[in-house]
Design a protein around this ligand. Structure first.
Ligand code: NAD
Ligand code: ZN
Length: 358
């Protein structure tokens, strides 16, 4: 399956398949033929779990740099290590980077590609469920000690090759994390699809079912990015659940709770806010919460932090303009909107969430 992404700066395809790396790259010769060398950037967990499968199926010669696992690769030190490696390997403006990994490797590699010799091409080969979101849309970044994703660029890949077979070694916590973004895509776009998702547990999907849901999620993202590449308008909707979610993620220390686990908590918070500003009912919020609890999302994290701590993180969020909190909320499922919310209301709704969880 192929999903085209049309952005103002660049057009490319997201290819979906199962164990189809060779076949997918055979269709990308217009890109690969131009490359004087191919450098694969990956992380140690991905390479240990899937490096052999990649090497067997990837149809070209390549050099590989294996970085520390997960979020540990998204920093200045590893960014510099990548640039040094590229220079030492004699990479040029015609070299091609392959980002082989989850969102962390993808974000880092995209930023490396955006800045090496003022920009060289890169292809995303995602290996997590979450990366159906992060690999598409061109947001690339590394973390600064003072804030996550603070240093980055909008830089689109030449293609995304999404091979579902790579997901087979994904740890359970990462399945939970990634499925949050799928549920988020359904919440902002399509009530019928959301019902399909809630009709079954998030674990144990077949490859066909995963391809179905991930391609639907990618289509939602592609449509939004086509309309608004640099987040001036509708792209903000993709932040549903992320303001409160990022605060929980930051307060707990990155890496303890996964991104998507934190965002699931943020989604419930946004549904509670949407009861006030939109037409979401308490019954609906409770249904989503019950589903999330049944899938072992770690809501116990909320009780560990005072609201004031979460508020200070929310006010530092990139999306907070001049400290005023903005949330993406739902009029109803499929109808997102952006709403400014004062700190008092945020406090009241935080108390409602804590009450619901007792
Ligand atoms: P990740 O890349 O950190 O991967 C999660 C963990 O799973 C890591 O330890 C990784 O090594 C391991 N892993 C990955 N694939 C595996 C596989 N197939 N088998 C075994 N282990 C595997 O996490 P993620 O959830 O994919 O991405 C999170 C990152 O994405 C965050 O840094 C977040 O900021 C970023 N993000 C970016 C965007 C965007 O638009 N650019 C959107 C959402 C999230
Ligand atoms: Zn997210």
């Amino acid at each position: 399956m192929k999903i085209p992404v049309h952005t103002a700066s660049h057009q490319y395809d997201v290819l979906f398949g199962y164990s189809f790396l060779r076949e997918a790259f055979a269709s990308l010769t217009a890109i690969t033929d131009r490359a004087d060398r191919i450098i694969v950037l990956t992380d140690e967990h991905v390479w240990a779990a899937q490096g052999e499968n990649f090497t067997q199926a990837f149809p070209f010669a390549f050099d590989v740099l294996v970085l520390p696992g997960g979020e540990a690769c998204k920093n200045f030190e590893q960014y510099t290590a990548c640039q040094t490696y590229l220079l030492e390997q004699g990479a040029t403006r015609k070299s091609l980077i392959i980002a082989f990994g989850g969102g962390a490797v993808g974000d880092l590699s995209g930023f490396v590609a955006a800045t090496f010799m003022r920009g060289i091409p890169f292809i995303q080969v995602p290996t997590t469920i979450l990366a159906h979101d992060s690999a598409v849309g061109g947001k690339t970044a590394i973390n600064h000690p003072l804030g996550k994703n603070m240093i980055g660029a909008f830089y689109q890949p030449q293609a995304v090759v999404y091979d579902i077979a790579f997901l087979e070694t994904l740890p359970e916590q990462e399945i939970r994390s990634g499925m949050t973004e799928v549920i988020k895509h359904a919440l902002i776009s399509n009530a019928a699809w959301l019902e399909e998702l809630f009709a079954r547990p998030i674990y144990g999907y077949t490859a066909e079912q995963l391809e179905y849901h991930l391609s639907k999620g990618t289509q939602v993202k592609a449509d939004i990015v086509a309309e608004d590449e640099t987040e001036q308008s509708v792209r903000k909707y993709l932040n549903l659940g992320h303001t409160y979610g990022h605060a929980i993620e930051a307060a707990s220390g990155y890496g303890k709770l996964s991104h998507g686990e934190s965002v699931m908590i943020g989604l419930i918070y946004c549904l509670l806010l949407s009861e006030r500003y939109g037409n979401i009912t308490r019954d609906f919020t409770v249904r989503v919460l019950r589903y999330a609890l049944s899938q072992q999302y770690p809501f116990e994290a909320v009780a560990k932090f005072d609201f004031d701590i979460l508020l200070s993180y929310m006010q530092k969020d990139k999306k907070a303009e001049y400290g005023i909190l903005q949330f993406v909320l739902l009029e109803e499922v499929g109808k997102p909107f952006v709403q400014k919310v004062d700190a008092n209301t945020c406090r009241e709704v935080d108390a409602e969430l804590r009450q619901l969880l007792t």
